[in-house]
Design a protein around this ligand. Structure first.
Ligand code: SAH
Length: 220
């Protein structure tokens, strides 16, 4: 298949994903649906998994990590009620897929990834795709990134035993954070809203993410 035929096929599969996996299951945020119909998810998978990029499950991205199921991504982004002026901190860049979606939806994205190889690959891919408002930094997400704090939104794509204090401290007033909390085999998404300096937690769906690993220190 030549490149433009492949791109056309992927774009059909992507629209089908948005309708069947997202809209039909209750995702309503038109900005989220529209971003997910634009971002080329097949660019973020390993070469051998490109043809599964729009299927209804997570996929391996190397280094023992995974790119989340599209529905979980949509659900998290919708819960965060993103505004186009928001500054967002992402923990767990992985492939950079969610980073790209965020870059489409908000003003500024800072994304932390502890794995140097994944951080480098995601940074290169996001640059190639033209996402100039996303910055990928190799570092420990559990510490956040105080230099650019506070954040209107924090999204954590790895499972934490408890909500890291450093992240709460970097959440702006009226800010929103979503994070999977619990043991390795099953977690619950927590939506945390900062009101009058107090975090208010709403329990959401159960889920299963790879673990948020202990830090290795900020290097670049
Ligand atoms: N949203 C990503 C999914 C990433 S999977 C995507 O769309 O591809 C979770 C990622 O969190 C992995 O890449 C893993 O290396 C990273 N991670 C785990 N612990 C971390 C930590 N303490 N700090 C930063 N990243 C971490």
């Amino acid at each position: 298949m030549n490149l433009s035929a492949e791109a056309a096929l992927f774009s059909i599969l992507r629209l089908r994903m948005v309708e069947a996996q997202l809209r039909e299951r209750g995702i309503k945020d038109e900005r989220v649906l529209s971003a997910m119909s634009r971002v080329p998810r097949h660019e973020f998978t390993l070469q051998g998994y490109r043809n599964q990029a729009y299927e209804d499950h997570p996929l391996p991205i190397g280094e023992g990590q995974t790119i989340s199921q599209p529905y979980i991504v949509a659900l998290m982004l919708e819960a965060l009620t993103l505004a186009s002026s928001d500054k967002v901190l992402e923990v767990g860049t992985g492939s950079g897929y969610v980073t790209a979606l965020l870059a489409e939806l908000v003003a500024q994205v800072v994304s932390l990834e502890r794995h140097a190889v994944l951080a480098d690959e995601a940074r290169e891919l996001l640059a190639r795709l033209g996402y100039a408002n996303a910055k990928v930094i190799k570092g420990d997400g559990g510490e956040g990134f105080p230099a650019a704090a506070p954040y209107d939104v924090i999204i954590v794509s790895a499972a934490a035993a408890e909500v890291p204090r450093a992240l709460l401290a970097q959440l702006a007033e009226a800010g929103r954070m979503i994070i999977p909390v619990g043991p390795a085999d099953s977690q619950q998404l927590q939506l945390i809203q900062m009101r009058n300096g107090q975090p208010q937690t709403t329990l959401r769906e159960t889920c299963r993410f790879v673990p948020l690993l202990p830090g290795v220190g900020l290097t670049s």
